[in-house]
Design a protein. Structure first.
Length: 298
């Protein structure tokens, strides 16, 4: 059966990431697995240290695949999905350079993708940075988890918080494009944003894609904790914790993938803490992660 065409905003997003593969990298800097560790951010390192070595991992919207590659270094079975052909090409070049035979990267629309016949479901489903550019997050998450997640699989969702994104949204108003002496086009950003973006990386490839992604996204939405709770309900998933944590998180003091799920933090204190992300998450553009437990499968 022919795959139905992407809807308009999805094809705009795909074109954007074909022009600006994300998070991008200079392949020359990754000769060894150690280089992946050296360049990884703290959340990638946290994941790597908490995921069992025999886990199977699905990285949904894997972009240029540094996280997928890092998690595959210890021998885990890792599959990355992304609909940007340019991103997948870069990810495959990295995989081949590092000889990661246990890593597979597929160019697909994850919201419509099917498991190949006979493929086992995944213990961990990571959905990082994708939700902000997906038009229907609830439909996307229910589709991905029902198709790919194993019984009692863990789900992590990384996305922008509506409050936490406030400072970056404000800064965007002051950013403007300008010509460069070499004839190229650069983006002039206020010093605070510049510092935030450049603190991410010293790699010029990455800086370009970061600036485009953060300041000129094709389509971007930010969400609240209440939005995530609604989507988790639709997936029959239980909230475990958020990073950074909220008062009342059921899995607060347990290891990253440990502790029972339970009621999400919805009290006044949790709401206030979320509003406060306007200040505390300003340097990460409001990015937060929710860890959840998916239901048992028959
Ligand atoms: C901001 S990037 C995040 C990349 C990576 N996960 C990270 O956190 O650095 C978003 C990625 O999601 C991909 N994406 C968005 N919608 C998608 C979809 N429906 N199917 C597959 N990939 C998608 C984009 O192509 C892009 O590579």
């Amino acid at each position: 059966m022919a795959t139905p065409p992407l809807d308009v905003s999805a094809s705009v997003v795909r074109e954007f990431y074909n022009r600006h593969p994300f998070p991008d990298f200079d392949l020359g800097k990754y000769a060894l697995g150690e280089d992946l560790y050296r360049c990884a951010n703290s959340y990638a390192l946290l994941l790597d240290s908490h995921l069992p070595r025999d886990a199977s991992v699905l990285d949904v919207g894997c972009g240029t695949g540094q996280l997928s590659s890092l998690l595959a270094l210890k021998g885990r079975r890792v599959v990355g999905l992304d609909f940007s052909s340019a991103s997948i090409r870069k990810g495959l070049a990295l995989r081949d350079r590092l000889g990661l035979e246990n890593l597979e990267l597929r160019e697909v629309d994850a919201g419509r993708a099917r498991r190949p016949a006979g493929e086992e479901r995944f213990d961990f489903v990571l959905v990082h940075g994708v939700i902000p550019c997906v038009p229907e997050p609830q439909r996307f998450l229910t589709q991905v988890t029902s198709e790919f997640a194993a019984s009692r699989a863990w789900l992590t969702v990384g996305l922008y918080n509506r409050w936490g994104r406030g400072v970056l949204r404000l800064m965007r108003r002051f950013a403007h494009r300008q010509g460069t002496p070499g004839g190229g086009v650069d983006i002039a950003v206020p010093p605070a944003v510049d510092a935030m973006l450049l603190s991410e990386t010293q790699d010029p490839n990455k800086v370009d894609s970061w600036i485009a992604d953060q300041l000129e996204p094709a389509f971007e939405r930010s969400h609240t904790v209440a939005d995530v709770c609604r989507w988790l309900d639709a997936c029959d998933a239980q909230w475990v914790k958020s990073l950074p944590g909220l008062p009342g998180d059921p899995g607060k003091s347990a290891p990253l993938f440990g502790g029972a799920g339970g009621k999400p933090p919805r009290g006044v204190l949790a709401r206030l803490a979320e509003c406060f992300w306007l200040v505390t998450l300003r340097d990460t553009g409001g990015y937060f992660v929710v860890v959840a437990r998916l239901p048992e499968r028959a």
